[in-house]
Design a protein around this ligand. Structure first.
Ligand code: CA
Ligand code: CA
Length: 617
């Protein structure tokens, strides 16, 4: 009897240990308010990228110093756009070429690495990047550039399941961090430049098996799946041919390539969708739903509950993929979105009603504003690139100079929202492009644009600007200009701090209320990833991946030349405050060594504040 009881006690103890070790739905829903871990992309499924931690704050951030750094290695250093996730003292970080690493979060010691074997002929549009992993149960799950999803055991790095999403030879790829919402694994496909069909898929995160799929192009049938994998129809998205002429909806794009956010109170997942295909808007008269939109999907049913389209009949590649961040305001749940088209939208997260819309960049040529009654943009028709069939030889439509450029007032780099200041912190860019249309026909697996373009800077001294935006008034409360285009995400904390990285290599922090830069550190390559923070053993850590790349060097035209001096890299950097009289290093190095790594008190003052890239062109 005694033996039985002690066995039971041991079993109970083991069960509770296991319960702590695995990531549950409850833990994911609570992620934003549990600073001991970072379980989700966005530091919470709402995507606010806000931490309640204030150990590091405006008064002591000046002494923030490296704790450790880890190189992703490999021969090819390319854009590092991923946010790490952290659980049980382990950090999981994806890197270029669909790689993933597990590291000891306190010391940076490598626990395991998994290098996904990519086939020849993958077609990622914008560098061989990845934007992070999801955690569920004892799994870490991420997407690959050949459009697979892979789930690995968090402890061993062994593959538990691997599911093919679609044909990479048809232009499908995947790079977004998966989202866990209501017990499901939600992902979106990439490939809008190849005329693929955008869709959101829901899977069982433990097995990878399909639960439902929701196409984001009007006319396509949704599906749901039973336990044996048998599919049944689950309603058409929209109405066939209502917003698309002819057969164009069959190759319509609208890829939700940046993934989604989720609000447990509304039960809705919010996915932004990319451009309609092809880019030439004259051959697809109509709104072209659900391209360049936010779609709110009921995770239980897989149905689109509401949608809001930022750029109807897009003619500028204004992918509306940007994150929809929900927040509580005056008893309502609202969502904020800084769209690639240059406008910031505030929308009721339950029903899709447009509450406010205003520009967050200074120069917008394609529309004069957004009509708050109809929710539609007031287009400037002469600033739409012309119809090639109206030209003398039928080969090139009238060219226009458009702002923002197709790389956007904002692109993949996520903004942050602070419930303390009630401000959004938006990594924005001011640039334009010359753009024209050309005839195009669809060919599977080939670029499907029907447009030519050159991106140009419009200001001498800056392209990027981190802007603190008040969603109520539309006012820009403060801005911190940056010479190169900003391409990394933002984080804000209860310590009244905003952290973001720059292509020039700095991770920096500003006072969240004033925008005054209070700390910066040179990471050795450009930062195009969002930072995170967490608490471990009573200390607050800040982490960011460094490694220049992404769309700008590949597609940036004249801007790419301007930033050609930036070097590629691939390093995970982690920072913390020095211990009293000691150093910031996480390992047990004797205190004697401490002085060499303790940050100068006013580190920010030691680095140049305005490095001009233009001079070294
Ligand atoms: Ca957490
Ligand atoms: Ca696009």
């Amino acid at each position: 009897m005694k033996l039985k009881l002690s066995c039971l006690l041991i079993a109970t103890a083991l069960a509770s240990m296991t319960a702590q070790a695995v990531v549950t739905d409850k833990m994911i829903d609570a992620d934003a308010s549990t600073p001991g871990d970072v379980l989700t992309n966005g530091m919470g499924t709402q995507g606010q990228r806000y931490s309640t931690l204030k150990t590091i704050n405006t008064s002591n951030v000046g002494s923030l110093a490296p704790a450790w750094a880890f190189s992703f290695g490999g021969e090819k250093q390319r854009g590092q756009e991923a946010q790490p996730v952290i659980h049980n003292g382990k950090m999981f970080i994806t890197s270029s070429y669909s790689r993933i690493f597990a590291l000891d979060a306190a010391t940076g010691k490598k626990l395991w690495k998994y290098e996904y074997r990519l086939p020849e002929g993958i077609m990622p549009c914008c560098d061989v990047i990845n934007r992070g992993a999801a955690l569920y149960d004892n799994l870490v799950i991420y997407a690959t550039l050949d459009a697979h999803l892979v789930a690995l055991n968090q402890d061993t790095g062994e593959v538990v399941w691997n599911e093919k999403i679609d044909e990479y030879t048809a232009g499908y790829s995947m790079s977004a961090a998966p989202l866990i919402a209501g017990g499901l694994l939600l992902t979106g496909v990439s490939g809008g430049e190849f005329g693929i069909i955008g869709r959101v898929e829901a899977r069982d995160p433990k097995t990878g098996k399909m639960v439902w799929v929701r196409p984001t192009i009007e006319g396509h049938m949704g599906k749901k799946y039973d336990k044996d994998g048998n599919a049944t129809d689950n309603g058409i998205s929209g109405t066939v041919n209502k917003s698309w002429p002819g057969d164009l909806w069959k190759t319509g794009g609208a890829a939700p390539w940046l993934g989604g956010t989720y609000n447990a109170k509304t039960g809705l997942a919010y996915f932004g969708t990319g451009n309609p295909a092809p880019w030439n808007s004259h051959i697809r008269q109509g709104d072209n739903l659900f391209s360049c939109s936010t779609v709110a999907i009921d995770v239980k049913t897989g149905q689109i509950v509401w949608h809001y389209q930022g750029t109807p009949n897009d003619g500028w590649d204004f992918d509306g993929v940007n994150e929809f961040i929900t927040y509580d305001e005056g008893g309502k749940i609202l969502g904020g979105k800084a769209d690639r088209n240059g406008f910031f939208y505030v929308i009721d997260a339950k029903n899709g009603h447009l509450e406010n819309a205003f520009p967050f960049v200074k120069k917008i040529s394609w529309a004069t504003g957004i009509d708050l009654k109809t929710g539609r943009p007031n287009f400037v028709p002469e600033n739409r690139p012309g119809d090639p069939t109206a030209s003398a030889d039928g080969k090139k439509g009238a060219s226009v100079v458009a702002t923002p450029s197709f790389l956007g007032g904002k692109n993949q780099m996520p903004m942050a929202y602070s419930p303390d200041t009630k401000l959004f912190y938006v990594p924005s860019n001011e640039w334009g492009m010359e753009i024209w249309n050309e005839p195009i026909t669809f060919k599977k697996g080939a670029a499907y644009l029907g447009a030519g373009f050159t991106i140009k800077a419009i200001n001498e001294d800056y392209i990027g600007a981190l802007r603190a935006v008040d969603p109520k008034t539309g006012k820009i409360v403060w801005e911190a200009k940056n010479n190169a285009p900003l391409w990394g995400g933002v984080m804000t904390t209860a310590g009244n701090l905003v952290f973001w990285g720059t292509p020039e290599g700095y991770l920096q922090a500003a006072d969240a209320k004033t925008g005054k830069i209070v700390w910066k550190f040179q990471t050795g390559s450009g930062i195009v990833a969002p930072p995170v923070t967490w608490e471990q053993n009573g200390e607050q850590y800040v982490a960011v991946a460094s490694g220049w790349g992404g769309a700008v060097p590949l597609w940036g035209g004249e801007v790419a030349k301007r930033v050609a001096l930036l070097e590629q890299g691939g390093t995970m950097w982690v920072f913390k405050l020095p211990k009293a009289g000691g150093n910031a290093r996480a390992d047990s190095t004797p205190a004697v060594a401490s002085k060499s790594v303790t940050a100068p008190k006013h580190a920010a003052a030691l680095v140049p504040t305005n490095v001009s890239l233009k001079t070294v062109e």
